[in-house]
Design a protein around this ligand. Structure first.
Ligand SMILES: [Fe+2]
Ligand SMILES: [Fe+2]
Length: 204
């Protein structure tokens, strides 16, 4: 198996802590769980984009750029759903999303509308970046060639999403403010990733 250096992913995505290498092996033996969790990640990505659009109708560029992402994320949901069906697996219920819940705890409470908007955008950027990094791990480390290709497709589109959320933030808010807060988010996520147990039944 090809193993690309961790610095690669770190540099592309800005993430401060690469995924524990044991995670891919754990994920591979619990693929049914991973597929269900992944399907809901895609559903939540689509739902959150819809919510960002409806909460910010005055931001024309955001509406214009996030609308196709809704379609794309829902397309991803359907791709995972098809994979579950192929394996005669059911979608199953949504699991508790510890990672996202912990990220939400870092949102600025009682901040200005601008600060709240920025945090919402940066949470999305972070989830996209971490998902992309995880898909990259799966696309490089899984034994099954079909699944490696399957995850490579997701990795490629999530990489574009991460930059979209950052760029949109910088379009509406002073770049220095965005970069300062983004750094705080990256530091927080590093601590969060370190504190979480490595489990193969979740994408994050
Ligand atoms: Fe996606
Ligand atoms: Fe995405």
């Amino acid at each position: 198996m090809k193993e690309t250096g961790n610095t690669d992913v770190k540099n592309i995505l800005g993430l401060k802590l690469p995924t524990d290498p044991r995670w891919v092996n754990l994920a591979e033996i619990q693929l049914d769980e991973i597929l269900t969790d992944h399907a809901y990640c895609e559903q939540k990505a689509a739902t959150t984009c819809i919510s960002l659009i409806t909460k910010n109708p005055e931001k024309e560029l955001l509406v214009e750029q996030l609308s196709p992402i809704v379609t794309e994320e829902w397309g991803h949901f359907r791709m995972v759903l098809a994979e579950l069906k192929k394996r005669k697996l059911k979608l199953g219920k949504q699991r508790k999303d510890v990672y996202v819940n912990k990220l939400l705890e870092f949102q600025k409470k009682g901040g200005s509308p601008m600060e709240r908007f920025l945090d919402q955008m940066l949470i999305m950027a972070l989830i996209e970046a971490r998902s992309c990094e995880r898909f990259k791990r799966l696309s490089e480390g899984m034994d099954d060639e079909y699944m490696r290709k399957f995850y490579r497709k997701f990795m490629e589109s999530e990489a574009g999403h991460y930059t979209l959320f950052i760029n949109l933030s910088e379009y509406y808010i002073d770049k220095n403010i965005v970069r300062k807060r983004w750094k705080e988010w990256l530091d927080y996520e590093k601590v969060l990733m370190k504190s979480e147990e490595v489990r193969g039944d979740r994408i994050h």
